[in-house]
Ligand binder design. Sequence first.
Ligand code: MN
Ligand code: MN
Ligand code: ZN
Length: 285
Amino acid sequence: MSQLLGAHMSISEGLYKAFLRGKEVGCTTIQIFTKNSNQWKVKDLTEEEILKFKQAQKETGISPVVAHDSYLINLGSPDRELLQKSREAFLIELKRCDQLDIPYLVMHPGSHVGAGESEGIRRIAESLNWALEKTPGSRVMILLENTAGQGTNLGYRFEHLAEILERVEEKPRFGVCLDTCHLLAAGYDIRTEQGYQRTLQEFDGIVGLSRVKAIHVNDSKKGLGCRVDRHEHIGEGCLGLEAFRCFLKDERFKEVPKILETPKDKKNEAESDRKNLNRLRELLT
Ligand code: MN
Ligand code: MN
Ligand code: ZN
């Protein structure tokens, strides 16, 4: 079974370099930040950057590319100023994806920061509707990622994702990205085949499996229900290999890109990616 397997790739020294890094370790799909993920500020993309990016994609054949939005953005913020800043930043993320022909933008729904879950969810949906209105004709699908539920982060229950999806206009512009580490951290026990099937059945009933457009394959440093977001190398954490085997072998996800966000050795990032990609490939045989 041929698979879309990849990893999150650095864009340092140029966006297009993510493709070269991906190619080097054998990715058929990659995830990137389209800007520095720890900064609000960003310069507009130049024609040259866009051209180089598209050229490198063509040359490497890596497709699809998945973008992940900045960690600073909180579309659920109860602080008016921060909320507006987040909305503007999210809009820029969407526009950059359109400019780069990136089909998916993964985002963490947001945090309620004490305002309460239902208010947070309402605000997130309003923010998304605001962004939709500003981007008519966009070809980018926004993927809500399930979260670990750290702090006041929303999106750790399937119900949260469903409620946001219910409240947004233009539903075809939305999908879901499932993160394996976050599932475990949020209390969904996918460590056994039976638990996996039960969890996905629950997801299907609440959100719908057809919404899943990307999967983040990460092991978890912490255990079931810990609500802590710490990724671990495949097979070295609390998730165990069975969960990954289930995701990889599931016919329903045959065409869904599966992307690592596992730790990387600063001195040899490619080696870390190769190791984790190989572990996934071994599960397929
Ligand atoms: Mn994420
Ligand atoms: Mn993730
Ligand atoms: Zn995470």
